[in-house]
Design a protein around this ligand. Sequence first.
Ligand code: FES
Length: 125
Amino acid sequence: MTAEPDFVVVATLDRLADKAFLRVMIDDHGLIVARDGDTVHAFQGTCPHEKADLAQGRIEGCRVICPRHLASYSLIDGKVSRGWKVDALKIYPVRIEGTDIAVDAAAVRRDPPGGARKRWDLTGG
Ligand code: FES
């Protein structure tokens, strides 16, 4: 049985410029939301290869590129670029609700991102 979606607001859209990344938390899980034109994506915050911080990467052609070894992952299905033998990036349903960005917390709980329980330091200090 599949749990009902549980969309929770994680940020306002005006905080996310085109091609920018924003670290967000759902429960104790660190995720990234990223904007690519009119589309917003939500995905696990660390690279499935060696856990690099994907918020330091970049978006190109609907793919996120890891800053460490440059593997890229589809933001549609999470598949890694050719030649890599690592797990797919976990992608989560996201939607725009007026001026807010909302992510399906039920999907996150059901399939937590790699490196689950990592806490982001959102204080900037
Ligand atoms: S850590 Fe991301 S490609 Fe190696």
